[in-house]
Every structure is written in structure tokens, then in C-alpha cells.
Design a protein around this ligand. Structure first.
Ligand code: ATP
Ligand code: MG
Length: 180
């Protein structure tokens, strides 16, 4: 197994998409793996509530992982498109700042597929910016359903989570430590 100082280190763009559960979990699993090697990690959540005290935010606090949540500011309603656009732009500006900061070896953009899919951000511009500005050694992990083609093309690794069964289908409640 190569160690953390392997000379062939190159940043990857990793995309977890699809309808099955496990996209955010997979991204956070990578954060844990990277953190264990001393990589500096940052998570930016585009959709989750900023007030959430999820298991993962508690863990991140203890691990000293930079964590930003944009909150549940999206309305998902066409009459509030301008609001959603402004909110998405705020998040994207933050992401750009963190990507350029030199402070992180791995950045997660959680649920970032939605601003691109719903046109709150221009997918072509965002992907072109990432292609031109992402530091070559920095890993970027993106999650969310319905990834647009531009994002698929940019990514080095794309995994589509396929929904086979989910406990919600049979009315089971969300379980602490599994869902939050
Ligand atoms: P997780 O955060 O658990 O890794 P995810 O990131 O793959 O899930 P999201 O699309 O972000 O999934 O949706 C978040 C919530 O929706 C989770 O509580 C998850 O359990 C639930 N969910 C995901 N996939 C399904 C599904 N196929 N059926 C029902 N609920 C689902
Ligand atoms: Mg998710």
C-alpha cells in the first residue's frame, strides 16, 4: 500500500450520484480515510440545515474538520427562483474561496448536483471554473442525485448509488447513527 507521501499524488474529482442511499455517507467515509492520513478536509453542505447537530457534524467538530452548511435556504419553487439562485451563488462563492485558499487537501461539496441540475448556477461555467482553478493535488468530492453531464465529464470517478431497498419503503423510522 503506498503511503501518504507517494510521489504520484494527483487530486481526483469524485462524484457520488444516483437514487440510492449512501452518497453523503461515502463522501464522509473518504473524509475519514483522508483525515487518518493527515489530509486537511473541508465539507460544504449545500442543502442541509445549518442548525442540524448530525452525528457527522459532531464528529467533525471533534476531529477539527472545517464544516460549512448553507442551510435549508432553498425553496425549490419556481416563483422563488431568484432566491434559490442567490443562495446557490453564496454557496458557490464560499466553495470557490475554500478551493483557492490552500487550506484543504480534500473538499466535499455535498448535494452540489442540485444547483447545477436546477439551473440555480450555470453548470458550464461552474465546471469550467473547476477545471481551470482546482489545485491539481486537491481532491474534490461531489454528491447528489441527477448529476448533469458536464459534471460527469469532469469527474475522474463516478459511482451511481442504485436504490434496491430502503427501510423508509416499509415505514421504518430514521435511525440515529444511520440517518442523522
Ligand atoms: P446518506 O446521507 O444517508 O448517505 P444520500 O446522501 O445518498 O444518503 P440523499 O439523496 O442526500 O441521500 O437523501 C438524504 C436522505 O434521503 C437520507 O435520509 C436517506 O436515507 C434518504 N434516502 C436516500 N435514498 C433513498 C431512497 N432510495 N428511498 C428513500 N429514502 C432515501
Ligand atoms: Mg446526501
Amino acid at each position: 500500500m503506498p503511503d501518504a507521501d507517494t510521489p504520484s499524488r494527483r487530486g481526483l474529482v469524485i462524484l457520488y450520484t444516483g437514487n440510492g442511499k449512501g452518497k453523503t455517507t461515502a463522501a464522509l467515509g473518504l473524509v475519514m480515510r483522508a483525515w487518518g492520513h493527515g489530509l486537511r478536509c473541508c465539507v460544504i453542505q449545500f442543502i442541509k440545515s445549518e442548525r442540524g447537530r448530525w452525528g457527522e457534524t459532531r464528529a467533525a467538530e471533534r476531529m477539527g474538520i472545517a464544516w460549512h452548511a448553507l442551510g435549508a435556504g432553498f425553496t425549490w419553487q419556481s416563483e422563488n427562483l431568484e432566491h434559490d439562485r442567490a443562495r446557490a451563488q453564496e454557496g458557490w462563492t464560499l466553495a470557490q474561496t475554500e478551493i483557492l485558499s490552500g487550506n484543504h487537501d480534500l473538499i466535499v461539496l455535498d448535494e452540489f448536483t442540485y444547483p447545477l441540475r436546477y439551473g440555480w448556477l450555470d453548470a458550464g461555467e461552474v465546471v469550467a471554473w473547476l477545471r481551470d482553478h482546482r489545485p491539481p493535488e486537491m481532491h474534490l468530492v461531489i454528491t447528489g442525485r441527477d448529476a448533469v453531464d458536464e459534471l460527469m465529464a469532469l469527474s475522474d470517478l463516478v459511482t451511481e448509488m442504485c436504490a434496491i431497498k430502503h427501510p423508509y419503503d416499509t415505514g421504518l423510522a430514521a435511525q440515529r447513527g444511520i440517518e442523522f
